[in-house]
Design a protein around this ligand. Structure first.
Ligand SMILES: Cc1cc2nc3c(=O)[nH]c(=O)nc-3n(C[C@H](O)[C@H](O)[C@H](O)COP(=O)(O)OP(=O)(O)OC[C@H]3O[C@@H](n4cnc5c(N)ncnc54)[C@H](O)[C@@H]3O)c2cc1C
Length: 292
């Protein structure tokens, strides 16, 4: 399958890219690693006249960890995130998400920005980034704004990004002390698999009495967008961790999920998997708090 014809642009800076994006308007698509965009172009779902490649803009390819916060440039590859010691130690659910995305070849091309803007319900980056309350930096020739990831993804393929904006970076704050987190992806195969269901979880405990003071559970592939389970959070807050509590939180998350029957699995099976993956992700997050 051949790609449709297009004109290729390779700006050297974010400012130049923003200028091109607003000048070229709706006939243009931003190109990062191309693992989603080229597939859609080959399938003739998209035929942009211009591609603005942002993949070689140095400032977008940097991952900076300092003073407990993390700034991930939008063009940082999944492989770089998976291999970062700073990510692995402070944001283990993100490490797990990046490590499970596609294959080594795909991870060497796929960027975090492309993954978020593609806004696929089964994508591996949104749930772990959402449990860490990620904020996105969106830039245009008019300036920049910050949007919480929870408000960014509106529907499959639809986001809060305006036509003249590019996603510049993802910002994360290190979770509070005595926190643990984990991400679990279930697919039909072991590798190169889009999630059937995925769950990210974060727990924060009060060290004086062991009670849960913070909790977040985010589920992917069981709704049009990744879903934050308010019921699971309610079930966990103020309680002491136990297998029974994690199972109850799993029940609560399953009740918040909105899976549909499709060729990959029934809604009933996916709901059962939310229950089990939430239980396991919370148990793993708790285990990590205890090992600190
Ligand atoms: C074989 C295969 C396996 C895969 N497996 C997985 C998997 O297991 N898990 C998973 O989550 N995904 C998977 N994917 C999907 C894909 O690899 C990811 O979504 C990837 O992260 C997209 O990033 P990219 O850099 O390739 O984006 P691109 O394809 O370059 O762009 C994707 C979209 O984002 C826009 N865009 C890119 N960067 C920016 C920016 N900075 N600002 C604004 N808009 C931007 C583009 O215009 C386009 O609309 C797979 C894909 C393939 C082909």
């Amino acid at each position: 399958m051949l790609l449709p014809k297009f004109e290729f642009h390779e700006p050297a800076t974010v400012e130049e890219a923003c200028r091109m994006i607003s000048e070229l308007g709706g006939k243009m698509k931003i190109l990062a690693g191309g693992t989603d965009l080229f597939v859609n172009m080959k399938k003739k779902l998209l035929a942009p006249d211009h591609l603005v490649s942002v993949d070689r803009i140095e400032s977008l390819a940097q991952l900076d960890a300092s003073n407990g916060s993390l700034r991930i440039g939008s063009c940082v590859k999944a492989a770089v995130i998976a291999e970062s010691d700073a990510v692995k130690s402070a944001f283990p659910a993100l490490h797990e998400g990046a490590s499970k995305l596609g294959s080594p070849l795909i991870r060497n091309l796929a960027t975090v920005g492309g993954n978020l803007v593609s806004a696929r319900p089964a994508a591996d980056f949104p749930p772990p980034l959402m449990v860490y309350n990620a904020k996105l930096v969106l830039k245009s020739s008019q300036g920049e704004r910050s949007v919480p990831l929870t408000d960014f993804i509106h529907a499959p393929g639809q986001t809060a990004l305006l036509p003249n904006e590019l996603l510049a970076a993802v910002l994360l704050e290190r979770p509070a002390a005595h926190s643990g987190s984990a991400y679990i992806k279930l697919g039909v195969r072991q590798a190169l698999e889009i999630s059937l269901v995925n769950v990210a979880a974060l727990l924060t405990l009060d060290p004086s009495n062991g009670v849960v003071t913070g909790a977040r559970v985010v589920m992917g592939s069981v709704g049009p967008t990744p879903l934050l389970s308010v019921s699971a959070e309610k079930a966990l807050l103020g309680e002491k961790p136990s297998d029974a509590l994690f199972s109850a939180a799993g029940e609560a998350a399953a009740s918040d999920s909105k899976p549909i029957d499709d060729f990959r699995a029934s809604a009933e099976y996916k709901r059962a998997m939310v229950r089990e993956l939430t239980r396991r992700a919370l148990a793993s997050a708790f285990d990590r708090v205890q090992k600190q």
